[in-house]
Design a binder for this molecule. Structure first.
Ligand SMILES: NC(=O)c1ccc[n+]([C@@H]2O[C@H](COP(=O)([O-])OP(=O)(O)OC[C@H]3O[C@@H](n4cnc5c(N)ncnc54)[C@H](O)[C@@H]3O)[C@@H](O)[C@H]2O)c1
Length: 321
């Protein structure tokens, strides 16, 4: 097969990645290309950057809500869809829930409609464990934990999981859902609204004052981006069906992240504390034993190592996002 690099074990697929110019999506694109797959990216560049994209991926500058998306699917005929595009600003979702639902629910539904109309075999959908479970009843949260989102973003991201189940029942469209924890690493936007590691790193390297919203004792489950990317590739396997938490199973406080980054960077200012953000869970970490059991997924990058790699990336001058 053209371009399959002589690897006999390789099944070369065409994968359409939505949000492929974004932080996590662009790393998924890199890994798909490295594995010999063909990649088409659909992204409206609202928070993504063309500079994140490997030129070997075909890029279509389009909003996932656009009616023209069907034409792209008809022309490209992808075997699989990897759906990362989303409005992912929790505060914006609280301020403007209609916009949030429009992108995350209606946009995703447009993706699903295009997928089923053009015979896509499988969709990998990126959901949020941190936003869907709400304030945990028990920890770590497994996939059976009650869903009680504390923000419109949590509701909209979770809603699509129901449509996926329905599309499988109605049309036989296979799916795997990855419920991400707090993902961090190179290419995360230090000027964005989400991603405390990138934000602190950007501020500390620039010698600016970094602010912790709330007491800093809130806990999150931090996973390095390459570990999340590996979950995406494993989710392409036939046995990957249904919903999987991705997480380390451990909570880390924001104060600890601040302290570790300060030490790695050599930043000496203590944090300034601001008011807590609306719509955020206080303490959450995820049980990923199902992903371990069924997909063989485990995080491989320890927090300390991941923080150092992230700081190195931003130190090399990548502060514009
Ligand atoms: N970063 C995290 O910690 C985290 C945690 C849980 C879930 N997620 C999910 O992971 C996915 C990727 O997040 P990220 O951190 O890489 O953010 P990101 O903002 O870097 O990536 C989102 C990408 O989607 C694109 N996009 C947004 N709206 C679009 C639209 N209407 N049409 C086409 N493209 C659009 C953006 O331009 C961007 O490239 C999102 O679905 C997000 O909800 C991320």
């Amino acid at each position: 097969m053209q371009g399959d690099r002589g690897r006999s074990d390789l099944i070369r697929l065409k994968v359409l990645v939505t949000g492929g110019a974004g932080f996590i999506g662009s790393h998924v694109v890199d890994a798909l290309l490295a594995a010999g797959h063909q990649v088409v990216v659909v992204d409206d560049l609202s928070t993504g950057y063309i500079s994140n994209l490997d030129p070997r991926a075909r890029f279509v500058h389009l909003d996932i809500r656009a009616p023209g998306l069907l034409e792209v699917f008809e022309q490209e005929r992808p075997d699989m869809v990897n759906h990362h595009a989303a409005q992912m600003d929790v505060r914006r979702s609280v301020a403007d829930p209609l916009f949030d639902a429009d992108v995350n629910v209606r946009g995703s539904l447009n993706v699903l409609e295009c997928a089923r109309k053009t015979g896509v075999r499988k969709i990998i959908y990126i959901s949020s464990g941190g936003a869907a479970y709400g304030e945990p009843v028990y920890l770590p949260c497994d996939e059976a934990h009650p869903i009680n989102p504390l923000s419109p973003y949590g509701v909209s991201k979770h809603t699509v999981e129901h449509y996926l189940y329905l599309y499988k029942m109605l049309y036989g469209l296979e799916y795997a859902v990855l419920r991400y924890p707090n993902v961090y690493g190179p290419r995360q936007d230090p000027n964005g609204e989400a991603g405390v590691v990138a934000i602190f790193t950007g501020q500390m390297l620039a010698g600016k004052q970094a602010t912790i919203y709330g007491s800093g004792e809130q806990e999150r489950d931090f996973v390095y981006v390459s570990d999340c990317v590996r979950a995406n590739l494993l989710a392409m396997q036939e046995r990957a069906q249904g919903i999987y938490n991705i997480g380390s199973g451990q909570g880390t406080t924001i104060n600890r992240i601040y302290a570790r980054l300060s030490e790695i960077i050599g930043y000496e200012r203590p944090p300034v504390y601001g008011p807590p953000k609306a719509g955020e869970t206080f303490r959450i970490f995820l049980d990923a034993s199902k992903a371990r059991r069924e997909l063989g997924w485990e995080p491989q990058v320890a927090l300390e190592d991941g923080l150092r790699r992230t700081v190195d990336y931003f130190r090399r001058g990548n502060l514009a996002g």
